[in-house]
Design a protein around this ligand. Structure first.
Ligand code: DGY
Length: 328
């Protein structure tokens, strides 16, 4: 029997999620608590047949070029902006990802953030805890209504669509942007597809659901904040760099927009002394869109299936660069 193929894992999965899936492989784990392709993993790149990584583990071309035996990169995430996808495709390496299973969890979290920010839940809860709830106050802790507002969704992919479905129950006028015309989805949602400019100018709530690409990086910047309503609330549960962080700080500080709810930031994690944490009109959660027991377990199962498929030379069940199969 030959030697076991080597799999580099940047993060250990719970045993009950992994089961015996990787028993036939030699798994090399990153040093406890360290992130990315650490020294221990780098030492084994030359032997590696598979890499199992997380969304915040950068996998640049340089890593790939140092891994001549690499057959698959499996990302425990739907987004693959941490991986040099073009380099993988050029080298014939399929990249696995975990779409769909996190749609509902992420949409739920988006709504939770939006409602918390709109109704100032963190401040209200903190005030109650700190003894500032001295009477029922007719003018205290006033928030924004969703009913009869305009809610704008930037990017009507699966998550954007699921957010729109949930939002429609609250009675706003729904508008959205998308790279392609989506008349059928617009009809079903009773929503209107508009330009980015119109969405930014007219929305009371703006939810970001675009992938991070060269085109969307920094899309919400100074010029976007300038045309947004002063009363608008921005929710980002997509990728941090879609928003220019410095411009966001200024927009929140100067009242150019009312508030923001961020499940993703740039950088990530956001350092505890970052100015965004000092702003009362900004609620930040640590990238937990998909963090439910069932969703994370399903993501792990898919990521492991992708990994094993790549290692055994089968097509990945969920491949982020399917063109790899045409080019080889
Ligand atoms: C993803 O999978 O891309 C999400 O951001 C993680 O929840």
């Amino acid at each position: 029997m030959g030697e076991k193929a080597v799999v580099l894992m940047t993060h250990e999965l719970p045993e009950e999620w992994q089961g015996d899936t990787l028993n036939e492989y030699q798994v090399v784990l990153a040093e406890g608590g360290q992130k990315g392709i650490t020294a221990r993993l780098r030492d084994r790149l030359a032997d590696a047949s598979g890499i199992f990584c997380l969304l915040d583990d950068p996998i640049p071309a340089e890593i790939l070029h140092n891994a001549p035996k690499l057959k698959v990169v499996s990302n425990l995430a739907a987004g693959v902006d941490n991986i040099d996808l073009d380099a993988c495709t050029e080298l014939g390496i399929p990249v696995g990802h975990t779409p769909r299973v996190l749609t509902d969890g992420t949409a739920d979290l988006t709504l939770a953030l939006l409602l918390s920010v709109a109704r100032q839940l963190p401040k209200a809860a903190e005030d109650a805890r700190r003894g500032r709830w001295t009477s029922w106050n007719p003018t205290g802790w006033l928030g924004a209504d969703l009913k009869d507002s305009t809610a704008g969704i930037i990017g009507l992919g699966k998550i954007g669509y699921a957010v729109a479905q949930r939002l429609s129950g609250f009675g706003p006028r729904l508008i959205f942007t998308s790279k392609h015309p989506k008349p059928e989805q617009a009809r079903i949602l009773n929503a209107q597809q508009v330009s980015l400019d119109e969405l930014l100018r007219t929305s009371d709530f703006i939810c970001l659901h675009t992938a991070l690409t060269a085109e969307t990086r920094g899309m919400i910047d100074k010029s976007a904040f300038q045309i947004m309503k002063n009363s608008s609330i921005l929710i980002n549960a997509a990728r941090g760099p879609v928003v220019n962080t410095d411009d966001l700080v200024k927009a929140l500080e100067t009242g150019q927009i009312r508030a923001a709810g961020l499940d993703v930031t740039d950088p990530e994690p956001l350092p505890p002394d970052h100015p965004l944490f000092r702003l009362e009109n900004c609620l930040i959660t640590p990238h937990i869109g998909s963090a439910t027991h069932q969703t994370r377990r399903s993501m792990a199962e898919i990521a492991l299936r992708n990994l094993v498929a790549g290692l055994t030379g089968s097509p990945l069940p969920h491949c982020a660069n399917p063109e790899v199969y045409q080019s080889t």
